[in-house]
Design a protein around this ligand. Sequence first.
Ligand code: GTB
Length: 215
Amino acid sequence: MTPTITAFAQSPDRGRGLARDMRVRWALEEVGQVYEVRLVSFDEMKRPAHLALHPFGQIPTYEEGDLALFESGAIVLHIAQTHAGLLPEGANARARTMTWMFAALNTIEPPIVEWEQARYLEHDKPWYEARLPLLGKRIRGRLEQLSNRLGDADWLDGAFSAGDLLMVTVLRRLEGSGMVDAFSNLSAYVARGKARPAYQRAFDAQLAVFTASNG
Ligand code: GTB
């Protein structure tokens, strides 16, 4: 059965592939699963039909027969568990991959989101100038730890996995900030992820949405 995912009809990232449908598209491309995309506007996301799929009125969602999922991490895990290619063989290796998936979403992504939100939503607040460097420092601390663990390996734990897929999409949120570039192994790691043909197909597909609606 062909799954359907949702994505922004008008992504605020203007085709940079930073919204979270990108990680789902990439996972589907990695495993060779054809998929359909339903584009939703901000208004539609808050209406009952979409809220029935996603209680928080967001993208991405994933529908496959009578299964409906939300949360990009859960969707990527489902894709990885139901197809070959994103989880290693062996219970321990799989558990370690899932650990990296959680690390990407629970340890690395939260300070990045907090920093982004401060930049977009708090720049006119009296605490902004003092708070932003603190948030940046928190991110750099995590990047340093991640960089130390990655060392000169290509991927976080053996072969490329769903853990790397999520980690690369999370680190990409810092593009343009210089924070990842300060760690040469991390910037090479992100570049390796972006060089994968499946990543490029996913990126092109989301970019085509932006190009179609912006000429
Ligand atoms: N925890 C959820 C998940 O992982 O799926 C979070 C989902 C989420 O934040 N969705 C966002 C959304 O639907 C889009 S990805 N927002 C609309 C709303 O909440 O009303 C977040 C995002 C948005 C824009 C950019 N950007 O412009 O660069 C990057 C990331």
